[in-house]
Ligand binder design. Structure first.
Ligand code: TXA
Ligand code: MG
Length: 328
């Protein structure tokens, strides 16, 4: 079984207007941690140059210290003093930033970043979010912001402010000082993570930008391992609801709820996308998993999702959720 969520009261929500953003940015600058929306999932942010603040993120999430954090910046120019840009990185940033792509690059020796951000690696993962509130917060705070997904380590990523409150402790217990409520996340899946530090680019995590789109810009992506770098975060148990998942199901067995995809799933309790649209399915995935998980079914049966484009990232999350639930 996954652990029970921590108490979720005591959270302080602020609106995604100029007052709320100013409050959150001031807290960030003073060394507090703050949850905020991005187009992918909600992040739990800290000033990436402040050791104490970054350490609070690891504690609030119960995240292993070997798992590095993504650094969020307002634009490519803010990223330049932090890392050595490679030719592939220039092309990717040009094409996909702002957006759901995280680029892993060699860390500059003089980068003004907490060492904990890289968790002992000589690289930094960077992303420019494509979200008005996230952009306004980065601009107001005027610093790079380290932000993993705003959930307890190993749990499903949050796509609403309420999910954040359900997954993390309140401010008194080491959780975020504020949660900026920006509604539901548009993409709904975490960013794609690509390592371009070596001769061949490596797809560390499929995500919100389809691998095929990236390959069209920089050529074939290698799989992690076998001489290619791995992402420390992908070794962890991840994306786990408490209810066991059964994948590629054509119907629900007794006691199960069906999470459908596409037409011809009339008996589905929830449908990721009745029209079979992968973008819509990605945006619904985590919220529907949470919803069904809360209903105490014997299991969740999931219809087959095509394994191309965003479907690869959806299937990656579903496989992880299925294998960790089965292992419990
Ligand atoms: O969409 C997203 O990426 C969200 C939003 C908030 O930006 N963030 C997110 O962060 O999903 P997190 O920490 O949950 O996942 C980041 C992944 C982890 O698997 C981590 O191991 C990997 O990126 N990562 C971070 N820095 C890395 C580095 N220097 N080298 C390799 N992998 C890295
Ligand atoms: Mg995460």
């Amino acid at each position: 079984m996954t652990q029970a969520p921590p108490p979720c009261d005591g959270h302080v929500f602020v609106a995604d207007n100029s007052n709320g953003i100013c409050t959150a940015a001031t807290a960030l600058k003073s060394g507090a941690i703050v949850a905020f929306p991005t187009e992918t999932v909600y992040g739990l942010g800290a000033d990436a140059g402040n050791d104490d603040a970054v350490v609070q993120i690891f504690a609030a999430k119960d995240r292993p210290s070997f798992n590095p954090l993504i650094v969020h910046v307002a634009d490519t120019q803010v990223a330049r003093p932090l890392v050595e840009f490679t030719v592939a990185a220039e092309k990717l940033a040009q094409r996909f930033w702002p957006g759901a792509l995280t680029i892993v690059l060699p860390r500059r020796d003089d980068a003004a970043l907490s060492l904990s951000v890289s968790a002992g690696l000589d690289t930094v993962a960077l992303r420019v979010p494509d979200h008005e509130t996230a952009q306004a917060l980065l601009t107001a705070a005027d610093c790079p912001v380290a932000a993993p997904s705003a959930n307890r380590s190993g749990a499903v990523s949050p796509t609403t402010a309420k999910h954040v409150a359900a997954s993390l402790p309140g401010p008194e217990a080491g959780g975020p000082a504020y949660i900026v409520d920006g509604g539901a996340c548009r993409v709904g899946l975490e960013s794609t993570v690509v390592d371009v530090t070596g001769a061949n680019p490596v797809l560390l995590r499929p995500g919100g930008v389809a691998a095929e789109e990236i390959e069209a810009i920089i050529g074939p992506l290698m799989a992690p391992g076998e001489g290619a770098p791995r992402s420390p975060g992908m070794l962890e148990r991840h994306y786990a609801p408490a209810t066991p998942l059964r994948l590629d199901a054509s119907e629900a067995r007794p006691g199960e709820a069906l999470l459908g995809f596409g037409p011809n799933t009339e008996n589905a309790k929830c449908n990721l996308s009745p029209l079979g649209n992968l973008r819509e399915a990605a945006a619904n995935l985590f919220a529907m998993l949470r919803e069904l998980d809360a209903e105490n079914h014997v299991g969740i049966a999931v219809s087959e999702v095509p394994d191309h484009g965003l479907g690869r990232a959806i299937n990656d999350r579903l496989r992880r959720a299925a294998s960790s639930a089965a292992a419990c």
